[in-house]
Design a protein. Structure first.
Lengths: 427, 416
């Protein structure tokens, strides 16, 4: 696969600590486009070895607006179904540039390990320096060890290590879109984290046409209804939950994921003046809010914004799904931050909010009928578009994404091929 | 006269040579990173008979089989000290025996007449420079001393601009058919007229990209009209001295001018390419593992150095300042060549010390990570940086030796 691709898949056997590389077959791309289309195929191929597949969409890491998505495909430990969870920020981009489009992680390690993927090399390392540490400390340790703060880390915390049903795979220090308990799978495999960094380049079939189309698309998006909107408060407002006044006093800034025109994340200061303009000298001044339902869940418990965000931070450090924590805390009548935190260890119970489909319910429905939401998520997961932004931006239509894919690869994708891929991954 | 009035085009594949004279590039003590620019242009123009020599090699008669020696930028004093009187004799013998010496920047200062210790052993060219403080008036001296200068006995050598300068070709020489050319200057000499040299180009002026380190008038007084490029014959050989870095890869006209000098060195004589053999031939799975190990370590180093990209630090090693960007230049050269070597299929490689190369690269990664931690903690990291650049030069020249050997073999095969 020549274009928009690192042209490589790596198969990591945690049982032997060996890695094998394969070329990304162009026919596989022609038939399955990319992202979830290919991770699902790879899952099937290696299903007997209980794999976790990491992947990127066809357009991930390009100039295509919101092309920030990386995804994890694996068997949902809670439902037994093969599902997809998104990771955004700069994780997807870094995976694409690390020299691999897809990573198949199979087998189980006897001892704790981590995976270091960089510039077309995938190495299994002893995790003795990070096992037992929380997510924040693990991310910090790996970045210091490798000497680069831009390394993107998919990590589990204590919840994953103890194989909790609600163990969450975090991205760097923050919550990802893993609402499936994929952290438990990491823990079962004794895989503490996957660190990603790469400095490779992508080739584009029709570079001029691709860039022109991306620029035009971005310009149209900027005139759309979400132009000028910022932060998690706008997203909750769009689903009828007004948290503006509640959250406003602790907001420091809003942050976008890679190349995403609207900042969907909000950074709050918990241990620092939110009005501070210069860089904080405190080591942990606050928290990045990227999980709408986790935040709303704690708000519904009657917590202040500062307490809710502090709990989200504790969830991220522990590597546990904040939605599960808030829902089960509600059921157990626990409403004080301290008692909720103590509740992390050994958290059990059935979740009403557990997603039933293939795609993580991390992304709100924004009032869409379930089938429309599913299709739109499938499209985002195939092309590598931020799943929330994909719902916010009708300008990123299927036709436009196919057009970009064709300019980028020269492979001649059609809406019929896309329909077939969507049908395949929705089975 | 060689290549006077020749109509030179910019670099293209048709400039590639079927045969190439044996060329040595100095990488020893005092050499900074600019010798890698020579590597890039030689590679691009098809000169594959390239070898890397340090002071120990020169003292062990390594210049004997070479036709050309390229001496690039760095710390002139350190180069002179490491070569010493014996190295000077070797150089003189090489040139007088018909060798071609091309020196840019520090490599240009080295053979100029000097009374300074160590440098005074290399008085091959009787010429004075204009960028020395004794030619300044009393009020001008402190202005220059504040910016960029190197101590030179009671005086100091100073630099008035960086980046681009305009040169005027002299004595009928042309660059790409023109009488003017633009070249990058990073501290190289401006020479006063002398009967001992034939001027090839003089400094004529500046461009929008010129960075003035002093007032423009003083820059003009120091440079304009003085000699930027000169030639001297010595015995059967020649020295070409370049104030500006003609080997800088962003200046193809300069590169071609240099290449033309090397090309003419052959005097129509073909230099058959010979196979090197270092005694350790690796192939198959062993070769693939070796390349993967190399790639792993170069990548780890690249990532560690990218973590320093926000640092404004520089290290003074000898008389020369080094910044993290210079580390990146080494690593990018390695990375590009590795990519080529990886695509080489199942052929065998002749390697001098494959395990040593890997272990040295691991050491580089380790030192880079320690350096970054040290900088983060506000510690002094000069010692680490010194060790780092030494090892980078060694491992880069080792890998490039493998690379050029491979290129020569391919060239032989394609001609067979």
């Amino acid at each position: 696969m020549e274009y928009l691709s690192a042209n490589k898949i790596t198969i990591v056997d945690l049982g032997t600590s060996k890695t094998v590389q394969k070329e990304l077959d162009e026919d596989l791309v022609k038939e399955n486009i990319g992202g979830a289309g290919i991770t699902a195929t790879l899952y099937e191929e290696y299903q007997d070895e209980d794999p976790i597949i990491l992947g990127t969409g066809l357009l991930t890491g390009t100039l295509a607006p919101a092309s920030a998505l990386g995804l994890i495909t694996a068997k949902n430990p809670l439902t037994g179904k093969v599902c997809h969870a998104p990771f955004t920020l700069y994780g997807g981009v870094e995976l694409k540039y690390s020299g691999f489009d897809y990573v198949v992680i199979k087998g189980k390690s006897q001892k704790p390990v981590y995976l270091w993927i960089h510039d077309g090399v995938a190495d299994v390392h002893d995790a003795k320096d990070v096992w037992g540490k929380d997510v924040w400390s693990s991310t910090e340790t790996i970045r210091e060890l490798m000497g680069d703060q831009l390394i993107q880390v998919l990590a589990i915390g204590k919840a994953g290590e103890s194989e909790s049903d609600f163990a969450h795979v975090c991205i760097n220090y923050w919550a990802s879109g893993d609402r499936w308990g994929f952290g438990q799978l990491f823990g079962q495999k004794k895989l503490k984290l996957v660190a990603l960094r790469g400095m490779s380049l992508l080739e584009i079939a029709d570079a001029e046409g691709f860039v022109r189309e991306c620029k035009e698309l971005l310009s149209t998006i900027k005139k759309g209804p979400f132009a000028g909107k910022k932060g998690i408060g706008e997203l909750t407002a769009a689903i009828g939950e007004d948290i503006g006044k509640w959250l406003e006093p602790i907001i420091h800034r809003h942050l976008s994921c890679f190349n995403t025109p609207v900042p969907t994340n909000t950074f709050v200061f918990l241990d620092e003046d939110p009005k501070l303009l210069k860089e904080s000298e405190k080591k942990e001044p606050g928290f990045l809010l990227s999980d709408i339902y986790g935040l709303l869940g704690f708000k519904k418990l009657g917590l202040s914004a500062a307490d809710a965000c502090a709990l989200l931070k504790e969830c991220a450090k522990y590597g546990i799904d904040a939605v599960a924590v808030s829902e089960l805390s509600q059921k157990a009548g626990k409403k004080k931050p301290d008692e909720i935190k103590k509740f992390f260890s050994g958290l059990k119970g059935a979740l009403e909010s557990l997603g039933k489909g293939k795609f993580s319910p991390w992304c709100p429905k924004f009032g869409l009928p379930a089938n429309e939401w599913d299709r739109r998520q499938a499209v985002a997961y195939i092309f590598g578009i931020h799943p929330i932004f994909a719902l916010m931006s009708p300008e990123l239509s299927e036709e436009k994404l196919i057009e970009l894919a064709n300019l980028g690869t020269g492979l001649g994708f059609t809406s019929e091929i896309l329909d077939k891929v969507i049908a395949d991954i929705s089975k | 006269m060689a290549f006077k009035n020749s109509n030179m085009s910019l670099i293209s594949t048709r400039d590639r040579l079927s045969y190439s004279p044996p060329i040595g590039i100095y990488t020893g003590s005092g050499a900074s990173h600019s010798w890698l620019w020579f590597v890039q242009i030689l590679d691009r123009m098809g000169f594959y008979n390239v070898h890397f020599v340090d002071e120990k090699d020169i003292l062990s008669n390594a210049l004997e089989p070479l036709h050309v020696l390229l001496m690039s930028g760095g710390d002139t004093f350190a180069i002179a000290e490491s070569l010493g009187a014996e190295g000077s004799d070797q150089l003189r013998h090489f040139i007088e025996g018909g060798g071609l010496y091309i020196g840019t920047c520090a490599g240009a200062y080295l053979p100029l007449k000097s009374s300074m210790d160590f440098l005074n052993q290399f008085n091959f060219i009787n010429v004075k420079i204009s960028n020395i403080s004794r030619r300044l008036s009393e009020p001008e001296r402190p202005l220059v001393q504040k910016v960029a200068c190197s101590s030179y006995g009671c005086d100091f050598v100073y630099h008035v601009v960086r980046e681009e300068v305009v040169l005027e070709m002299a004595n009928g020489y042309q660059a790409n058919g023109k009488k003017e050319m633009i070249a990058p200057l990073y501290g190289g000499p401006a020479m006063l007229p002398s009967r001992d040299i034939e001027p090839i180009a003089t400094y004529q002026g500046f461009t929008k990209r010129t960075k003035f380190l002093v007032e423009k008038e003083l820059a003009q007084k120091t440079l304009v009209g003085n000699i930027a490029v000169a030639k001297k014959s010595m015995g059967k050989g020649h020295l070409y001295i370049f104030g500006p870095h003609f080997e800088h890869p962003h200046y193809p006209t300069c590169n071609l001018f240099l290449a033309e000098i090397i090309r003419k060195k052959q005097n129509g004589r073909l230099c058959p390419i010979q196979k090197d053999f270092y005694g350790h031939s690796v192939k198959g799975e062993t070769l693939r593992n070796f390349l993967r190990d190399l790639k792993r370590e170069v990548s780890n180093s690249r990532i560690a150095v990218s973590g320093m990209s926000d640092f404004t630090i520089s290290w003074l090693i000898g008389n020369k300042y080094y910044e993290p960007e210079k580390i990146q230049v080494f690593l990018e050269v390695l990375w590009k060549r590795l990519t080529y070597l990886e695509s080489g299929g199942d052929g065998a490689f002749d390697l001098r010390d494959p395990h040593g190369m890997i272990s040295r690269l691991k050491g580089i990664t380790d030192v880079l990570r320690k350096t970054k931690k040290g900088i983060d903690r506000g510690e002094t990291t000069n010692g680490l940086a010194e060790d780092l650049f030494l090892n980078l030069k060694k491992v880069t020249s080792d890998l490039l030796t493998v690379y050029f050997s491979r290129k020569r073999m391919e060239s032989i095969r394609s001609q067979a």
